[in-house]
Design a binder for this molecule. Structure first.
Ligand code: BG6
Length: 478
């Protein structure tokens, strides 16, 4: 669906995110015909470039990060004509009047703050004092949205001085992933699951986001964050919200965000012994976390596993086990809903515990499978076995498979459309920090030392124990 013509200004337009994700994503949207003629993308950053220099930089970035589509030279040269550049001094006066002349008032205006949060206030203020932003402009901000409740509140206040909440788009790119949105379709588009989606039928839920990458190259940021701030406070909590929320009355921005907020608010404080923090050790094919982070005394976690509870009618007594880490054995994100045992088995001699398990694979190899119990084929009597009903989306959709948009390109188009459903509201972000802050403060006060784990493993042994103690086990990371 085409969007209205727009002017998109990217502050930090020469930065890593702009070159790796934002511009290649916009190019793909352009190529698929979604970006209407007359739309413009204006890079704004400190570097002293002109339009031609910027177009060259972006052409190189698209060649490097744009995938197969980048080979379409004709289309790429047309796309580049939509690009312009203004050198800007975020804290001073340089460049602002030039920008004011470039940005049009009669199209959708969006300003992407792909810069350090400490510049948000300066940018917001200058957009107003220079008469560039209006009541219809939209601004896009990236994570990390603060590093605790206090700093997130301060950022929200700063943005609120200049923009209404309906103009602010806080990105959590997990919400832009096809399969993450599919979670809502699966839950609320089928009669099959929702009646079972509660503590009468669900034994527990696991959410795993395993990565193979290290923190090399971004240690300065990561070492001040750790897995809790970098992944749990945002991506994992968003997944948790989508899996646990009540059905919203409609698929609209506030209806969905209201329900997510209720989940976050119902999250219980987590006991220290229900949290396992880990740090990867050196392996045959990589350095240790401390070497990668260039901090030989770091106590930052590159892995975390935890057991949480949501105190509400639906989820009382159902543990949610969350786990994420770097340098694990595979890149795999999966949500697993383990249903309860049957109350009674009518099959004599069948001592095995059979369980229905629904696993939703977010990436890679997107799809779902449902473990069901059947009779083992053959003459051996009524012997039961568990088999997966597998639905890999790529197979199931066959040639109907639509081009899967990258999270960023989808989210940017939503900004232009003015659809905030897949963006975090200010109160949601604050509620998330309100829950994570005491956990972080707790381990800092205890001087907790993360457990070492082998690179390429499934994380520290204690994470396994977290489940074993409850007579449960993690799904394999594969
Ligand atoms: C980012 C984190 O938000 O998400 C990174 O800062 C992490 O540390 C990344 O690697 C994971 O995103 P994806 O899309 O690769 O799962």
């Amino acid at each position: 669906i085409p969007v209205d013509p727009f002017d998109l200004v990217i502050f930090g337009g020469t930065g890593d995110l702009a070159r790796r994700k934002i511009l290649p994503g916009l190019f793909r949207r352009y190529r698929s015909g979604q970006m209407p003629d007359g739309s413009r993308i204006i890079g704004a950053a400190r570097s002293d470039l002109d339009g031609a220099g910027y177009r060259k930089m972006i052409a190189d970035a698209i060649a490097e990060f744009g995938g197969d589509e980048a080979g379409d030279q004709d289309c790429l040269s047309k796309f580049l004509t939509c690009l312009d550049y203004v050198p800007i001094d975020a804290k001073g006066t340089g460049g602002w009047s030039e920008l004011a002349q470039l940005v049009r008032k009669d199209v959708v205006q969006a300003f992407y703050f792909s810069v350090a949060p400490s510049l948000f206030g300066d940018l917001a203020e200058r957009l107003h004092t220079n008469g560039i932003a209006s009541a219809n402009s939209r601004i896009v901000v990236e994570k990390p949205f603060g590093r605790d409740l206090e700093s997130a509140r301060a950022l929200n206040r700063t943005l609120a001085t200049h923009f209404d909440e309906s103009q602010i788009y806080r990105i959590d790119h997990y919400l832009g992933k096809e399969t993450v949105q599919n979670l809502m379709a699966v839950r609320f588009g089928n009669v099959l699951f929702e009646p079972l989606w509660n503590n009468h039928y669900v034994d527990h839920i696991q959410i795993t986001v395993a990565e193979t990458v290290s923190v090399a190259g971004r240690g300065a940021y990561y070492d001040r964050s750790g897995a809790m701030r970098d992944m749990v406070q945002n991506h994992l909590m968003q997944l948790l919200c989508l899996i646990a929320m009540e059905p919203p009355s409609q698929f609209g921005a506030d209806a969905v965000r209201d329900e997510k907020l209720k989940v976050i608010r119902a999250l219980q404080p987590v006991d220290a012994h229900h949290i396992v923090r880990g740090q990867y050790d050196a392996g045959p094919d990589g350095k240790s976390y401390r070497e990668d982070a260039e901090n030989p005394r770091s106590f930052t976690e590159s892995f975390i596993a935890m057991k949480c509870h949501i105190a509400n009618w639906r989820w009382a007594d159902v543990p949610f086990y969350l786990r994420t880490g770097k340098r694990l054995k595979a890149r795999s994100s999966e949500i697993t809903v383990v249903f309860k045992d049957l109350g009674h088995s009518i099959f004599e001699g069948d001592e095995a515990r059979h369980r229905n398990i629904l696993s939703i694979r977010l990436q890679p190899n997107e799809g779902m499978d449902l473990q069901v119990t059947i009779k083992e084929p053959g003459p051996g009597g009524m012997r039961l076995i568990d088999v997966p009903l597998d639905m890999t989306f790529a197979d199931a959709l066959g040639d109907k498979e639509v081009e899967v948009a990258d999270a960023y390109e989808r989210l940017i188009m939503d900004v232009i459309r003015g659809n905030q459903t897949l963006f975090m509201r200010g109160d949601e972000v604050e509620a998330a920090w309100r829950w994570t802050d005491p956990l972080i403060e707790g381990w800092e006060a205890r001087n907790d030392v993360p457990k070492l784990y082998d690179a390429g493993s499934a994380g520290p042994e204690d994470a396994m124990m977290l489940m074993h103690r409850d007579n449960r086990r993690w799904r394999d990371i594969k």
